[in-house]
Design a protein around this ligand. Structure first.
Ligand code: BG6
Ligand code: MG
Length: 216
């Protein structure tokens, strides 16, 4: 039996830009300008690890209380940016990809670092496609550690080597590879490495073009 494990932000929905916007604004308050290039290293990374990286890059140090309040501030800003998300916001091709997987009785799981994952899936009204959801609330170790995907595979009852992971972040691809799963990158090999295949989107690559990865 084969399974598909999806990352959320930047794969199912274009929320990666909102995480970036919210982090860039936090960085600015620390006197640091967060470039799009640096932001690549935050994709797939948990909320507190992301802040640790920004603090490291900015050279700023903060006490625990400020650290926690910056995390809250970032999340409040992020939640305000996703407040109006709805079913129309799933990235092009995602819905028909999920429908085809379901029709083919291929198990579907979510493996996301975000603690807001369930909320976003509900807003998009695609929760019912997922046979298992593992998110930032369920793991001790964030990507690139494989925990999130290994837990997803276990919940689906599928062995890791039968799982196909869809990821837009380097941390997530590395997590999939270290879980011994097939990693399909949504993005270009100029930005991402280590994946089995690179696709620009699910519109250019509907299920039919990726069917070989789901063959028994
Ligand atoms: C990942 C995003 O999916 O979730 C990261 O790629 C984000 O940018 C991380 O920091 C944690 O998200 P949240 O919603 O728990 O702050
Ligand atoms: Mg992502």
């Amino acid at each position: 039996m084969k399974a598909a494990l999806f990352d959320l932000d930047g794969v199912i929905v274009d929320t990666a830009k909102y995480h970036y916007e919210a982090w860039a604004s936090i960085a600015q308050t620390l006197g640091y300008t967060l470039s799009a290039e640096k932001n690549e290293a935050l994709k797939g990374v948990s909320r507190d690890q992301s802040l640790m990286r920004i603090l490291d890059w900015s050279g700023a140090t903060v006490n625990e209380e400020t650290f926690q309040s910056l995390l809250k501030k970032k999340n409040r800003h992020y939640l305000s940016l996703v407040a109006s998300l709805g079913p129309k916001d799933a990235l092009p091709g995602v819905l028909s990809f999920l429908e085809t997987l379901q029709y083919k009785t291929i198990s579907i799981g979510l493996g996301s670092a975000s603690k807001n994952a369930r909320l976003i899936l509900e807003r998009l009204k695609i929760m019912s496609f997922f046979d298992a959801i593992v998110d930032g609330n369920d793991v001790k170790q964030g990507k690139p550690h494989p925990e999130v995907f290994l837990k997803g595979a276990k919940a689906l009852g599928v062995s890791p080597h039968n799982c196909v992971v869809f990821e837009d972040s380097q941390a997530g691809i590395d997590a999939a590879v270290s879980a011994k799963m097939t990693a399909i990158a949504i993005g270009s090999p100029e930005v991402l490495s280590n994946a089995t295949k690179y696709i620009p989107s699910f519109t250019s690559h509907p299920y039919a073009k990726l069917a070989e990865y789901f063959q028994e």
